[in-house]
Design a protein around this ligand. Structure first.
Ligand SMILES: *Cc1c(COP(=O)(O)O)cnc(C)c1O
Length: 410
């Protein structure tokens, strides 16, 4: 339960604070479970990312925040005001990005299964459509071309390279391998480009990649960037941008080793320099990095249960509200809102859902907890609420935001 290195969380006089706000006093009357986000942490993550790109002389960086990590409208509006664009993967996310007033000229559309209806929606949302369809197959490219032709428009596209790299992350969130469904293999890109004259309603404006999520080392990223750069040099076509994807990992626990933001940006600069790539803009698609540490899941202890040697802390939040621990075996901090002094004991923190996987933490050293005590699951701002469901006919979990003035917004 060591949170000494955490940017936004700390204990003061045994009370848990999120960016200088005492969680106990600010949320005492709100029914659990719920998500709690800090706008201050969001702003600081976004600015860190953007400024680090500038410091590494990366040209005209455009940060297309990946909505699937967290699509809360208040957070999106704040990101929009700071200049962010959006990386979307569905028509629903397109509507949400537009609702937050993010300009279509800053929206990139990823995903292997863009439907005809979604392509239409994206082409029609502005006279020039969106900034880029990041195309994942030649078949998709043909469909986009056909839809654009019917609408008498030109679609701006980037081709997403499958760089055939294997990433050290959970297998569910690795996306750059040869056998994965994502991206287009190099040979297929080259084959398609030889028929470029047939693309009457397509404007090729960029090249893109995205090799996975929660990347903790830069080896695969470097290899993939090299592949992407080589393609850019080979195709003999002026591009407006290179989209390097998202995936930068965040520290969920204190003993995790990660690459830093600085190392990530300087690697991108280094690879572009190495190949003498003159490109007007680099697009980024970070999701997790921007929002993970902005959010907590606040949940209440229903009861404790001793069974043989196992001590269970049964809380009112479940895997339907937050699934990362169950789905990926992901580590997340468990932090009492008010800490009692005294001996720690080993506990399993579990929810009420009828699945053995419904667990937030196993064998965790925690101080004494009783019924009605509140605890927080840490770093749940990314892939938390967006992956929640109503399984077991539970209500959809609510979200609250602490604004810069310390006031709570629903
Ligand atoms: C999920 C996704 C992202 C964001 O990934 P993070 O790990 O949250 O940064 C970016 N681009 C694409 C294409 C994605 O699918």
């Amino acid at each position: 339960m060591n949170i000494t290195n955490h940017q936004s969380l700390s204990y003061k006089r045994n009370k848990l604070f999120l960016d200088n706000h005492c969680i106990n006093s600010i949320t005492k009357h709100i029914k659990t479970p719920f998500y709690l986000y800090s706008v201050k942490a969001l702003e600081s993550n976004y600015l860190n990312f953007y400024n680090e790109a500038l410091e590494n002389q990366i040209k005209d960086p455009l940060i297309c925040y990946a909505l699937k990590a967290n699509s809360n409208i208040h957070l999106l509006r704040r990101l929009k005001r700071m200049g962010a664009g959006a990386d979307i993967v569905s028509g629903g996310e397109l509507k949400q990005a537009l609702k937050a007033k993010i300009s279509p000229q800053k929206i990139v559309f990823s995903g292997v299964g863009k439907s005809e209806e979604e392509i239409k929606l994206a082409l029609n949302c502005h006279k020039n459509g969106i900034y880029s369809f990041n195309v994942e197959s030649i078949e998709e490219l043909e469909m986009i071309g056909d839809v654009a032709k019917t609408l008498k428009k030109k679609a701006r596209v980037a081709l997403r390279l499958n760089p055939q790299v294997n990433v050290k992350t959970h297998k569910h969130i690795s996306t750059g391998g040869r056998s994965h469904k994502f991206g287009i293999l190099k040979d297929d890109i080259e084959k398609a480009l030889r028929r470029k004259k047939l693309w009457t309603h397509i404007d090729l404006v960029g090249m893109s990649m995205h090799i996975g999520s929660q990347l903790t080392c830069l080896k695969a990223t470097e290899k993939a960037l090299n592949e992407l750069s080589k393609i850019c040099l080979n195709i003999n076509h002026d591009l407006e941008f290179l989209d390097v994807g998202g995936g930068l990992g965040v520290p969920y626990s204190e003993d995790q080793t990660l690459c830093s933001l600085q190392e990530y940006m300087s690697l991108i600069k280094k690879v572009l320099n190495k190949h003498f790539i003159e490109i007007p803009r680099v697009v980024f698609e970070p999701g997790r990095y921007i929002v993970a540490n902005c959010g907590l899941l606040v949940t209440e202890v229903i009861r404790t249960k001793q069974s043989a040697h196992n001590k269970f802390i049964i809380v009112d939040g479940g895997m339907n509200d937050f699934v990362r621990s169950s789905l990926y075996g992901a580590y997340h901090h468990v932090l009492p809102i008010s800490k009692r002094n005294g001996k720690l004991s080993s506990c399993h923190v579990v929810g009420p859902i009828c699945e053995t996987a419904d667990s937030f933490a196993s064998d965790r050293e925690l101080p004494l907890l009783k019924s009605k005590d509140r605890i927080c699951i840490g770093d749940v701002g990314a892939y938390g609420h967006t992956m929640s469901s109503t399984y077991n006919m539970r209500e959809k979990v609510k979200e609250y935001i602490i604004g810069l003035d310390g006031k709570l917004v629903k």
